[in-house]
Design a binder for this molecule. Structure first.
Ligand SMILES: Nc1ncnc2c1ncn2[C@@H]1O[C@H](COP(=O)(O)OP(=O)(O)OP(=O)(O)O)[C@@H](O)[C@H]1O
Ligand SMILES: [Mg+2]
Length: 253
């Protein structure tokens, strides 16, 4: 049994001692995360634990106060999003940022903005191989599609630049439990099957842990547990961590 997800293979994405926040406020307190090629690694934790801030720090979108972000061992700490995209990291933020008034095809083309026309067409073919369900929907406007389909389009758009690493912030937000399972299985898991290193943040801890390889439990900006996802799933302390944090949050209101 590995003691760290880092034992399995060199990390496609890693953070070391990452401290991050906004202005003078520290939200993430020295976090180490490792994600390998072909693996799905999930960060779970209560509301406000700093999950999105951690992802934003990796993407250069929140303030990194200390520590490192590494892509295939190369330091990329604080690099702007476009440069990170060129270096092979794709990001799907928590807030749905697809273009409702555009068709699926147009949203995907925008994802390939760094490519020339022929490269874009080739990428589109590959993306539709990963997400065949989008094929018959290419002419549909995003505004007329379901939450799951919109999320699939957002992930597909990030795939247009052929990232090696995908960072997904709560792809199941606002979806029903049934659709949550479909999205996790057919999107997050499928990406790992296709050899991507996937870092997923989820509030729906149980469903996410069921399909993940490794899990980090983030509580108040620190890693409370780092273990194989199955192990976290069966850990009675998990309920305590979530319930305890919820009670504290409610007490603070
Ligand atoms: N843009 C911001 N400016 C200042 N503080 C922020 C900002 N975004 C988030 N925070 C604060 O950082 C803390 C962590 O927020 P974050 O969004 O990272 O949590 P989270 O774990 O993603 O929560 P959720 O599960 O609700 O998405 C919270 O206290 C929040 O108020
Ligand atoms: Mg969040």
């Amino acid at each position: 049994m590995p003691t760290s997800s880092a034992d399995a293979a060199p990390s496609a994405l890693a953070t070391r001692g990452l401290v991050a926040g906004y202005g003078d406020v520290v939200v993430v307190h020295g976090v180490d995360v490792d994600v390998q090629k072909g693996r799905l690694v999930t960060v779970v934790g209560p509301n406000g634990a700093g999950k999105s801030t951690l992802l934003k720090a990796i993407l250069g979108l929140s303030k990194v106060m200390d520590g490192h972000v590494m892509l295939d061992g190369a330091e990329v700490t604080g690099q702007p999003l476009e440069l990170l995209a060129r270096r092979g990291i794709g990001y799907v933020p928590q807030v749905d940022d697809v273009f409702e008034t555009l068709r699926v095809s147009e949203n995907l083309e925008m994802g390939g903005y760094l490519l020339d026309k022929s490269e874009r067409a080739a990428r589109l073919d590959e993306v539709l191989e990963i997400f065949p369900a989008l094929k018959p929907k290419m002419r549909r406007f995003l505004g007329t599609m379901s939450g799951g389909e919109r999320k699939m389009t957002a992930v597909a758009r990030a795939l247009m630049l052929a990232p090696r690493v995908l960072v997904l912030d709560e792809p199941t937000a606002g979806l029903s439990p049934a659709l949550t399972r479909v999205v996790l299985e057919e999107q997050a898991r499928v990406l790992a099957h296709h050899g991507k290193a996937v870092l997923l943040v989820e509030q729906k801890a149980h469903a996410a842990l069921e399909i993940s390889d490794w899990a980090y439990v983030l509580v108040r900006g620190s890693v409370a547990k780092s273990a194989p996802a199955r192990e976290v799933l069966g850990d009675p302390d998990m309920a305590e961590i979530f319930l305890g944090a919820t009670v504290r949050n409610e007490g603070a209101r």
